[in-house]
Design a protein. Structure first.
Length: 256
């Protein structure tokens, strides 16, 4: 058994027991315990950590703790110039893809609306989500901190906001999604790509008023839904505008 002293900063304190918030806490550690093991044992998912300093030196998650170590743990938004230090990766390389847990259906729909591949099924359990994250390099979105501690979850986000539009803004800010967004290119219902379609091809699926008023359509080849620029576009555009800080969004399309 060894003892190490931990100090967590900024929003990471929200995950801690009240008596350990904002103070140095010396705790016993199992022999060969890693920084990751102890950070999560104290309540903080490793996905929320960007920088670890052990005795003042930048460290990774797999460092074995030794007697008397002092560990400082910082979140992504800590007010600290960490440019010279080795930071923990917050997202996989390349295109960002997500998987949302059963409580974030509204957020999943909004991310799809912004053009981000987001798997969501309200029947998925934690094991399925972990498998999707591990096999496909997806970022896990959840309000369940224990899900983020699972071994197969390398990248994830504990979503703090309670309402879908606020959650969208939170995820956009954390992953700087505005410049990557491709609004209204994915089906809101099944996450498949939309394609342009001739009016004549979908004419029999359109309400009479839409046949007269609309000329531009897209469709989803998975679920068969047809989308057009309809009455809800202002509300949908405003939602994305708030997340992207961009007044020049393309007009959304909606189905019947």
């Amino acid at each position: 058994m060894v003892h190490a002293t931990f100090r967590f900063y900024d929003g990471l304190n929200d995950f801690l027991a009240r008596e350990r918030r904002g103070v140095d806490a010396t705790v016993p550690c199992a022999r060969d315990a890693t920084t990751k093991h102890m950070i999560e044992a104290l309540g903080v998912p490793h996905t929320e950590v960007e920088l670890i300093l052990v005795n003042g030196a930048s460290s990774g998650l797999e460092r074995i703790l030794e007697e008397g170590d002092r560990v400082a743990v910082y979140p992504r938004f800590a007010q600290l110039d960490v440019a010279p230090l080795a930071r923990l990766p917050q997202q996989p390389p390349g295109r960002l893809r997500f998987v949302a847990d059963a409580h974030l259906g509204g957020l999943a729909r909004l991310l799809r609306m912004a053009g981000f591949d987001t798997i969501y099924r309200n029947t998925m359990d934690d094991g399925e989500i972990e498998e999707l994250a591990l096999d496909a390099g997806r970022i896990v979105l959840t309000r369940d901190r224990e899900l983020l501690k699972r071994r197969g979850v390398e990248f994830g986000c504990y979503v703090r906001a309670l309402h879908a539009q606020e959650q969208l803004h939170e995820v956009f800010e954390r992953y700087r999604l505005a410049e990557r967004a491709r609004p209204f290119t994915l089906c809101l219902h099944c996450n498949a790509p939309l394609r342009s379609v001739a009016k004549a091809e979908v004419l029999d699926r359109l309400p009479p008023a839409v046949r007269v008023s609309q000329e531009v359509f897209t469709t989803c080849d998975c679920c068969g839904r047809v989308f057009w620029k309809g009455s809800h576009w202002k509300r949908m555009a405003a939602t994305l505008d708030a997340a992207m800080d961009d007044d020049q969004l393309p007009a959304p399309e909606e189905d019947n």
